[in-house]
Unconditional design. Structure first.
Length: 214
């Protein structure tokens, strides 16, 4: 009998802004109906918009129910984690992975926690990413996050940060986003001891990094 690959979807966890393009909006914009979105947080506007408001969701229940429904539909899943709002959400995700490992083809972790050399989530949440990265297949930090999740200075050059990360998490495929070369921006793709540079052809006048790069 011919083996057929199961129907694969992306269970994507991240914030969902009403106004602005970030988080789940970007993922859905690219992958459309192949995304099973689970918002970690609802926000009226992006975090850099004055006056935006945050709305808590029943994250653990929604996450487990979405996974249960996906299992009933026979979906094989790539689990993607983006913006998380509390360390407890890391606990919920790890519990889900333990319960449904047979259903998960790969784990992709974007440790969203900072940009431009500065963190914008709590230190406890930054420390919690280590537990996700230890079981991830792919990690997609930006230049700042690459330093923060390792507890290293953001002043370190990107090559030394990549080397340290690969030693810490040797089984991960690493994509470092938002790397600047004069007026170009791009990514480093690191697999084991091999790193490839992927530059954008256009010039930029401000720091752009993250999922949009990918």
């Amino acid at each position: 009998m011919k083996n057929e690959r199961r129907d694969r979807r992306v269970l994507a966890i991240s914030s969902l802004p009403a106004v602005g393009s970030a988080g789940l909006k970007n993922i859905i914009g690219v992958l459309g109906t192949r995304v099973i979105p689970v918002p970690s947080l609802l926000i009226s506007g992006l975090g850099n918009m004055a006056g935006h408001k945050r709305f808590v969701v029943p994250f653990r229940d929604l996450l487990h129910e979405a996974m249960r429904m996906a299992e009933e539909q026979g979906f094989e899943l790539v689990l993607y984690t983006g913006y998380l709002s509390t360390p407890e959400q890391v606990d919920d995700i790890l519990e889900l992975i333990d319960d449904y490992r047979h259903q998960i083809h790969a784990v992709v972790v974007d440790p969203v926690c900072g940009d431009g050399g500065k963190p914008y989530v709590s230190e406890n949440l930054i420390h919690s990413f280590d537990r996700l990265l230890k079981i991830a297949d792919v990690a997609t930090p930006n230049r700042t996050e690459l330093a923060l999740v390792q507890g290293l200075s953001v002043e370190n050059d990107v090559s030394s940060l990549i080397d340290a990360f690969v030693k810490r998490y040797p089984s991960i495929a690493l994509i470092t986003t938002g790397v600047l070369w004069e007026r170009e921006i791009g990514n480093y793709l690191t697999l084991g001891d091999h790193t490839e540079v992927l530059r954008h052809s256009m010039e930029v006048d401000r720091l752009l990094s993250g999922t949009g790069d990918l």
